[in-house]
Design a protein around this ligand. Structure first.
Ligand SMILES: Cc1cc2nc3c(=O)[nH]c(=O)nc-3n(C[C@H](O)[C@H](O)[C@H](O)COP(=O)(O)O)c2cc1C
Length: 356
């Protein structure tokens, strides 16, 4: 029976176990450049035994940053510091992945620990945000500019260029961020997309932007390397994006060369009502995997090794991604290996072996 510490092959890449570090903004970049914080933060989790380490949302253009301190990959200068981090991650047996993102109408915000909330005004270095339709996320966010078809094509190109740079930086996996109410999700959901052109209205039109991005990325991203997509499987709002649409989209994405769907939810609407609880998003990963016949990652309040192992053993998902549990314990994977009686899989570096 497949378990948490069994390797997973996606195209030519073998991930040493089923544990992924979920993308997490660190608000510690300078002009989009990764810093020593990123080296230590991501590097520690590779040393800690996780199989896949995905960077935080990396903006494909400057106005696509959630905050001024976000990671970026819109410029060739961003490549070198990321390459250094990736070399370290690979040296320690983990697979480095990058989350390519555009924050759309939720861009230009303060860091979570700043006293002020919501959108940063121009006078403080904020910028004009863009979206499929001129509908703000909430009252504390600015009204976005509606993107023209030419501007949409420009953003598709920005994802493509970001994929080229990702390969140059030595990433072995790309995750397209199409969740949490950011730009791609804003196109998917009828609540935020009220366009009347070929990007709005029908399911086919609302998914067009993401499909174009995946095609553009696949054109330049090596055939040997996996491409994954993070989706919000539901908006948790009446009249919003649904799990049924997610399954249909996952089938399409599979035919476009996407290798895994990372199943998250929510983030699009301030009206969302989420029944948060341990593993509350796992049923989405399970359903997409079964009905679209594509590998999935389960994420969201997975904290216990036995729970993570059960998810894999029962075929509910192919990987588990952990975020906050990984912030609390960079060695979560090594500790889980010991707890589950797989000490041989703890991947402890020789420098630390005497502690195990
Ligand atoms: C500090 C922090 C930053 C996050 N940044 C991102 C991000 O950049 N991209 C993303 O898709 N999700 C992001 N998330 C969401 C996580 O990847 C994850 O989906 C969520 O926290 C649920 O998993 P958990 O219960 O294991 O924390 C972030 C979460 C946290 C706690």
């Amino acid at each position: 029976m497949t378990h948490l510490f069994e390797p997973l092959a996606l195209r030519s890449v073998t991930i040493r176990n089923r544990i992924g570090v979920s993308p997490m903004c660190q608000y510690s970049a300078e002009n989009g450049m990764a810093t020593d914080w990123h080296l230590v933060h991501l590097g520690a989790r590779a040393v800690g035994g996780a199989g896949l380490i995905i960077t935080e949302a990396a903006a494909v253009e400057a106005r696509g940053r959630i905050s001024r301190e976000d990671l970026g990959i819109w410029n060739d200068a961003h490549i070198e510091p990321l390459a250094r981090i990736n070399a370290f991650i690979r040296e320690h047996g983990a697979v480095p992945g990058i989350q390519l993102a555009h924050a759309g109408r939720k861009a230009s915000t303060y860091r979570p620990w700043d006293v002020k909330r919501g959108c940063v005004p121009d006078r403080e270095g904020g910028w004009t945000v863009v979206a499929p339709s001129p509908i703000p996320f909430s009252d504390s966010y600015s009204v976005p500019n509606e993107l023209t078809p030419a501007q949409i094509a420009g953003i598709v190109d920005a994802f493509k260029s970001a994929a080229v740079r990702s390969q140059q930086a030595g990433f072995q996996l790309i995750e397209i961020h199409a969740a949490h109410g950011y730009l791609i999700h804003e196109f998917l959901s009828p609540l935020s997309n009220q366009r009347v052109d070929s990007y709005g209205g029908s399911f086919e039109n609302r998914t067009r932007f993401l499909i174009k991005i995946c095609r553009a990325v696949r054109e330049v991203w090596s055939e040997a390397l996996p491409l994954t997509v993070r989706l919000s499987c539901t908006d948790w709002v009446e009249g919003g994006w649904t799990i049924e649409e997610t399954v249909e989209l996952a089938r399409l994405l599979k035919s476009e060369g996407v290798d895994l769907i990372d199943c998250s939810s929510g983030g699009l609407s301030a009206q969302q009502k989420i029944p948060v609880g341990a593993g509350y998003q796992i049923p989405f990963a399970e359903r997409v995997r079964r009905e679209a016949n594509i590998p999935t990652a389960a994420v969201g309040l997975i904290t216990e090794p036995t729970h993570a192992d059960e998810i894999i053993r029962n075929g509910r998902a192919d990987m588990v991604f952990l975020a906050r549990a990984m912030l609390r314990d960079a060695y979560w994977a090594a500790h889980a290996a010991v707890a589950l009686g797989h000490k041989e899989h703890a991947a402890v570096p020789p420098q630390y072996l005497r502690a195990y």
